[in-house]
Design a protein around this ligand. Sequence first.
Ligand SMILES: *Cc1c(COP(=O)(O)O)cnc(C)c1O
Length: 333
Amino acid sequence: MSNLPVTLADIEQATRRIKGRVLHTPFVPSSSLSERCGVPVGLKLEHHQTTGSFKLRGATNAVLSLTPEERARGVVAASTGNHGRALAHAAKSEGAVATICMSRLVPDNKVSEIRRLGANVRIVGKSQDEAQVEVDRLVAEDGLVMVPPFDDRAVVAGQGTLGLEIVEAMPDVATVLVPLSGGGLAAGVAAAVKGRLPKTRVIGLTMERGAAMKASLDARRPVQVEEVASLADSLGGGIGLDNAVTFKMCRALLEGVILLSEDEIAAGMRHAYAEEREVIEGAGAVGIAALLSDRLGRLDGPVAVILSGRNVDMDLHRRVINGSADALQETAA
Ligand SMILES: *Cc1c(COP(=O)(O)O)cnc(C)c1O
């Protein structure tokens, strides 16, 4: 494991670096899931993190890892979602300027949310790819420093701090369930958990629609997949054909990846709301969804589930809770 891009020592260092700047989120037992699964199940309530997702850990560690000279030049990213929010907040806290590039198609509420968090917003083109071209231009011409959403050592080490908190809260954890997209969270958490508890299984959960890391692991190299709308919108997007950090780590450290249907993700959100009294977005619900689906097979010890975010449109959330068969389509209409 010591030959992987991010080690336990990197994550321990990140823990010290970001201490006091991110919340140590609660870890609570779920009596309903424990009863259902026949083993203790604990929920890591990371959706209570500042800015509503774990992305603040990685973004904060990345900003704090910059040299004073780099920090003075400012940071840039193309994410309109949780990474964009997190980077805006992390930069502002450290007195750095963040620029978030987004396409003209991004809804106004997302634009104003990023502005509210103190970032410069640059609207360019009609797609995420065109926004990324602007990021590359700002890096090349203006010297801004790009902070990627997952494929970056400092970002992965920051996300890994969540894994150390889980091990402290549940020292006998046998299985950790991690939402998976680009793999920054899964890589960091797996390196942390297995660094401390080598026998613990770490399983990635993602949606059936457009699961880029799963397709890449199956192909044994990063591959592109077609992007499709999903309730778990924070899990969309590719892993990058020139992936340098997370693919290797997920391949070495994950025991498996389980795919969830849209109905199963909706059931996870409903369970979180009705039984645990928590509002979580689709991406944050895949761990609960996997436990409810019985797809994990026999569980042989305590399970920790990461609830990774809560940034869901509340109208969409209400439709999911009310059991609307195709809540997502109604949004698009
Ligand atoms: C980004 C994100 C994920 C996936 O994280 P990766 O590091 O890209 O695998 C999961 N849940 C939420 C809420 C997210 O914002």
